[in-house]
Design a protein around this ligand. Sequence first.
Ligand code: SF4
Length: 190
Amino acid sequence: MTGAAPYPPPPERKLRVATTSLGGCFGCHMSLLDIDERLFTLIEHVQFDRSPLTDLKTVGPCDLGLIEGGLCNAENIEVLQAFRAQCKVLVAVGACAINGGLPAQRNRLDIGDVLREVYVHRPGTRADAQVPSDPELPLPLNQVRPIHEVVLIDYELPGCPPSADTFWAFFTDLLAGRTPRLAHGQIHYD
Ligand code: SF4
């Protein structure tokens, strides 16, 4: 990792930050944790609301929300809209949130065929196997969609996942009062 960038002194009020995952793999959250010891600097400036770091299940009013994952089912849409309503600034984190990412590879297939292949026709399933239909289960969407199709997004952090240095550059700019700008190496992968 690189050394910590110059940082402003801790503010009187910490920035309240929430994070959540929709249709994603939590790899973007893992990359955020990869800022390693810079987390100690970050928490001088940031208080986490809903996040795997706090295990809070609902989101309260926040300054900043980070969302990984695309929209795969109806519950994802509800979570996204509740998150948007509580966050002054919303950031789409990673390819899945920005364009659907890997889960969107199913978009060229019929969702009914996909479910039957997985739950009914797959080798090893029972003869009476059925596609799960418990009303408690979130209804899958016909296609995986990016989150900007449902809510307004303020920033995007590209990558699968964005690197730890990309997260750090974003937070460093934001907490210094600058408009976050990512360097070429943080948005290109060639
Ligand atoms: Fe996982 Fe990549 Fe999607 Fe992030 S962008 S949630 S790392 S698949």
